[in-house]
Design a binder for this molecule. Structure first.
Ligand SMILES: Nc1ncnc2c1ncn2[C@@H]1O[C@H](COP(=O)(O)OP(=O)(O)OP(=O)(O)O)[C@@H](O)[C@H]1O
Ligand SMILES: [Mg+2]
Length: 454
C-alpha cells in the first residue's frame, strides 16, 4: 500500500496526519495499530505549516478489536487498497450489483437475503434518482430469479421490458460494465384500468368469503352505526358456505336501520369498479420465480388505489405466511401516500404495510419503500428498514428525518446529503461497518421516470 503521510495527533477513534502525497476527502486510509485499522478522511486542512488530514476510524482487520490506546504519533498512514477496504468495510463480493464505490472501480453489491428479510428504504427529494436506483435493483432481482411486486403509482416501471437506449447513459455504461438489455419475458404488468394501459393484464381481487376486516376496509369512514350494520350482515353472510361481495350488498338492503342508505352507495360504487370478482387473479400469477409484477395504478382514482393496495398486500402477506408463494419483495413507490406518518393523512394500506415491515422478515417478505418526503412516512416503517439508500435531499425536515432514522449517519452527513450529485448515493446498513458513497450503475433497461416527465 502507498504511504501518504504520518500521524501528528490522535485519539482512540480518529487521527490527524501530515499529508505527503495528494489525498482527497472521503479517501480510505489505513494504519498499523494492533493489526490493520481502516479510517476515512473527513477533512483536509492547509496552512503555512503544511497540509493535514483528519481521519475517522471505521474498523479493524480483527473485527472484535476495540482500540483503548491512541494511534501512536509518527505512525505511517497508507492509502487503503481495495482488498482492505472490502474486508474491513464488510462489503459483500457478490449479490445485487448496484454500482461502484465512489472514485474507485470496486463493485458494490447488496445482499438479496438481507434485503428480503430486513427491508430497504430509498429516500431523496423528487428527481434525484430513487426510481432509477430501484430499477437497477429490480434488474438484479430478476437476474437472481427473486420475485418482485411493484406498486407503481405512475406506470414508470413497465419500461423494464425495454433496453436502455439513452445515448448519454450508455456512454457511462462502459465504466460499469453494463450492456443494454430488456426483460420483456420477466415483466408482467397488471392494472385495474386496462383501457389506459394497453399492455396490462386486468387484475381482480378475491371477493369470495371476505373477512369482516376486508369488508370494513372498503368503507374507511364508516360510522359506528354503519360498522354495526356491516357486522350484522357479515354474520348473516357467514352462515352460507360461499358468499360474495354482491351478497353482502344485497343483505345490507334488507337491514332495517336507516344508516344503510349512506353505506349502500359506497359499496355499490366499489362493486361497480369491477375490482372484485369471484374469478380473481391468482396470487401465484403475481408472485412467481423470475417474475417482476408491476401493479400499474396510472389513472386509477386514489380511493380505488388504496383499496387495491390494502387488499392485495394483505392477501400476499397471508399467502407468503402460509408458504403458498416463494420469498419475494414488494416495492412501494410514493410510500408517504400509503403509510403516512401520524397527522399526515390516513391510508387503508397503512396497517398492512406496518405489519409487513415488522413481521415480514419472519416469512421472507421484503419491503422496499421509496419516498420524496421521508418526514411524512410512518417512522416505524422507516426504522424497520435495515438497508437505506439516500440520494440528494434538501428539505431540512426531511434531512432531519433521514439523519435520525438511519443508523450510522452523523449530523455532519446532513451537509453531504444536500450536496450529493445525481447518480451518487449514500448506502447504509448491514453488513457495512459504515455508510459508503456509491456511484449508481447505469440501467440496463429504459428508465420510465423520464418518459413521465416529458
Ligand atoms: N444513477 C443515475 N444515472 C444516470 N441518470 C440518473 C441516475 N439517477 C437519476 N438519473 C436521472 O435523473 C432523473 C430523475 O431520476 P428519477 O426518476 O429516478 O427520480 P425520482 O427520485 O424517482 O423522482 P420522483 O420523486 O419525482 O419520482 C432520471 O430521469 C435520470 O435521467
Ligand atoms: Mg420516482
Amino acid at each position: 500500500m502507498e504511504p501518504v503521510g504520518k500521524i501528528t495527533g490522535s485519539s482512540t477513534s480518529s487521527f490527524v496526519f501530515s499529508v505527503d502525497k495528494e489525498v482527497r476527502k472521503f479517501d480510505y486510509v489505513c494504519v498499523e495499530h494492533h493489526g490493520l485499522a481502516l479510517a476515512q478522511i473527513k477533512e483536509i486542512k492547509q496552512s503555512n505549516a503544511g497540509t493535514f488530514a483528519e481521519a475517522e476510524v471505521i474498523g479493524y482487520e480483527n473485527r472484535k478489536y476495540m482500540a483503548r490506546t491512541p494511534f501512536p504519533v509518527g505512525s505511517t498512514v497508507y492509502l487503503a487498497d481495495e482488498d482492505t477496504i472490502r474486508k474491513i468495510m464488510g462489503m459483500p463480493d457478490d449479490g445485487l450489483y448496484i454500482g461502484l464505490l465512489k472514485d474507485t472501480m470496486m463493485k458494490v453489491y447488496l445482499n438479496p437475503s438481507i434485503l428480503i428479510q430486513k427491508h430497504l428504504c430509498i429516500l431523496a427529494k423528487s428527481g434525484s434518482g430513487k426510481s432509477y436506483v430501484m430499477g437497477v435493483i429490480i434488474e438484479e432481482m430478476i437476474k437472481k430469479g427473486i420475485p418482485v411486486v411493484v406498486i407503481d403509482a405512475h406506470g414508470e416501471y413497465v419500461s423494464l421490458r425495454r433496453p436502455n437506449l439513452d445515448r448519454q447513459e450508455l456512454r457511462n455504461a462502459k465504466k460499469f460494465g453494463i450492456k443494454p438489455k430488456g426483460y420483456a419475458k420477466n415483466v408482467v404488468e397488471f392494472s385495474p384500468l386496462c383501457s389506459n394501459n394497453r399492455e396490462a393484464v386486468p387484475i381482480f381481487l378475491d371477493e369470495i368469503n371476505m373477512s369482516f376486516q376486508d369488508i370494513l376496509n372498503l368503507v374507511p369512514k364508516a360510522t359506528p352505526l354503519q360498522k354495526g350494520i356491516l357486522y350484522e350482515v357479515f354474520e348473516e353472510a357467514r352462515k352460507r358456505r360461499v358468499y360474495l361481495l354482491r351478497d353482502v350488498i344485497e343483505l345490507i338492503k334488507d337491514v332495517k336501520s336507516n344508516a344503510k342508505w349512506n353505506l349502500l352507495p359506497q359499496l355499490e360504487q366499489i362493486y361497480s369498479t369491477n375490482l372484485f370478482s369471484p374469478d380473481y387473479t391468482p396470487v401465484e400469477d403475481i408472485v412467481k420465480r423470475g417474475r417482476c409484477s408491476i401493479i400499474n395504478l396510472k389513472g386509477v382514482p386514489p380511493y380505488i388505489q388504496e383499496i387495491l393496495v390494502a387488499h392485495l398486500l394483505s392477501k400476499l402477506f397471508d399467502e407468503r405466511r402460509n408458504e403458498n408463494i416463494p420469498p419475494f419483495m414488494i416495492v412501494i413507490e410514493e410510500a408517504h401516500r400509503y403509510c403516512p406518518e401520524r397527522g399526515e393523512g390516513k391510508s387503508l394500506a397503512s396497517n398492512i404495510i406496518k405489519t409487513i415491515a415488522s413481521e415480514g422478515r419472519k416469512f421472507g417478505l421484503g419491503l422496499a419503500i421509496l419516498t420524496q418526503r421521508p418526514a411524512r412516512v410512518d417512522k416505524n416503517v422507516i426504522s424497520q428498514c435495515n438497508t437505506h439508500i439516500i440520494l440528494k435531499t434538501t428539505n431540512p425536515n426531511d434531512i432531519k428525518a433521514i439523519v435520525s432514522g438511519v443508523e450510522g449517519l452523523t449530523t455532519s452527513a446532513s451537509d453531504e446529503i444536500q450536496r450529493l450529485p445525481i447518480g451518487t448515493a449514500i448506502l447504509a446498513g448491514l453488513p457495512l461497518a459504515a455508510p459508503i458513497f456509491v456511484e449508481i450503475r447505469t440501467r440496463e433497461t429504459m428508465h420510465g421516470g423520464r418518459l413521465q416527465k416529458i
